[in-house]
Design a binder for this molecule. Structure first.
Ligand SMILES: *Cc1c(COP(=O)(O)O)cnc(C)c1O
Length: 376
């Protein structure tokens, strides 16, 4: 196996899922978003673990992601969060994925296609209450719910919305989320008043799980929280553990003289005689090149700075002149006792999601549960 790998701590994921369960109480369902290959952690193993641990739903972004879960033998309900192309509809029906629909054309398209299916296709109505991405205006929700309810080939399995600023706890964001939730509640009420069952009502992402109990309704959909990152200010109530740890191993060590340079562009020049280690991880693995010059790794419990630019497949570390570090020692890049993905993200002005999603296919995922390690 490669020196560079992403260790996926299943016990941390399980811990995070239990935190969510105890926070929301048991009559509510948990939908686990495993889109983008489970935020980079591996969709199939984490979907299976989630279901074993009592989660009821999964969510994906694309039809292909849903098909992959079905091919892995997963039979649980799977929400399809993004809008598919018409040509993807047959596989959605074949695999009973549950699309989120938010306009007349899309509903009619599914209704016609689902007539060829064996049983009615369950869909959830998506209401846009202020995210501005997909979904119907709250006022149209009852009419669209009626359109679904009247169709012989569709069944309204749920009604959902998505929150834009639920993870910020400043006054303005809290007020905006309250407004979104009021709009949503009114839309759901409108559906009920017209004699239609809205099905499973759901709205809560990670931010709402932390800060907005009135968004929990019948089901929650926290993603990043389950992968180990709580919003700022919610760490105390939701002490989650990072699930992904990116590690590599030192494959080469050399002495460098004062004045000699390291890596492309010669941006790093040794200001003293020192020892430089090479680890085989780079931007070709998803380690952002912009970290060059502002990043340290952990080796045997101590911090060591990167030297020079991150290359596609390798980067170099300054071990200092008197180092005890040896070839093949493990370097932790994030997760574990190194920086968290959130720390890395903060350096780059982005979010932890982008860091874990960015670790790509070239990096093997090693699933570790308590003491045992196995590769899927
Ligand atoms: C990705 C996503 C979620 C999960 O969001 P987190 O911020 O990771 O909790 C929930 N709902 C929808 C519609 C999403 O697209």
């Amino acid at each position: 196996m490669r020196a560079t790998r992403a260790i996926i701590h299943l016990d941390a994921f399980r811990h995070n899922l239990h935190l969510v369960r105890s926070r929301i109480g048991s009559p509510r369902r948990i939908c686990v978003p495993v889109k983008a290959d489970g935020y980079g952690h591996g969709a199939v193993p984490l979907a299976k673990l989630s279901l074993e641990e009592g989660a009821e739903f999964l969510a994906v972004a694309t039809a292909a992601e849903g098909v992959l879960l079905r091919e892995a033998g997963i039979t649980a309900p799977i929400l399809l969060l993004s809008i598919p192309l018409p040509e993807e509809i047959p596989e959605i029906i074949r695999d009973s994925l549950i699309p989120l629909v938010g306009d007349r054309d899309c509903i009619l398209e599914f209704a016609v296609a689902a007539e060829r299916g064996k049983e009615p296709l369950r869909v959830h109505l998506k209401v846009d209450t202020g995210m501005g991405r997909v979904g119907c205006p709250p006022e149209s929700a009852p009419e669209l719910a009626a359109l679904i309810a009247r169709s012989r080939s569709l069944k309204l399995g749920g009604t959902a919305t998505h929150l834009a600023v639920s993870d910020s706890s400043d006054r303005g964001s809290i007020d905006y989320t309250k407004k979104q939730l009021e709009r949503f509640s009114r839309a759901v009420e409108g559906i009920r008043k017209s004699g239609i069952d809205p099905g499973i009502v759901h709205a809560a992402n990670t931010g709402a799980l932390a800060f907005h109990e009135d968004a929990w309704f019948d089901m929650v959909r926290p993603g990043i929280l389950l992968y180990g990152y709580a919003p700022l200010g919610a760490e105390a109530v939701l002490p989650v553990k990072p699930v992904m740890e990116l590690v590599s191993q030192i494959v080469f060590i050399k002495q460098l003289k004062k004045g000699e340079s390291v890596s492309y562009g010669r941006t790093w020049i040794a200001d003293r005689d020192t020892v430089i280690a090479t680890i085989p991880v780079g931007y070709g693995d998803g380690l952002p090149r912009r970290l060059s010059g502002d990043f340290s790794v952990r080796i045997n419990g101590a911090w060591y700075p990167l030297a020079g630019r991150i290359c596609m497949d390798q980067c170099m570390i300054d071990l200092g002149p008197n180092t005890a570090v040896r070839r093949w020692d493990t370097a932790s890049l994030f997760g574990g006792d190194a920086f968290s993905a959130a720390d890395v993200a903060a350096k780059l002005g982005t979010i932890s999601y982008e860091i874990t999603c960015g670790i790509n296919k070239r990096v093997p995922r090693i699933y570790v549960d308590r003491a045992s390690a196995y590769k899927l």
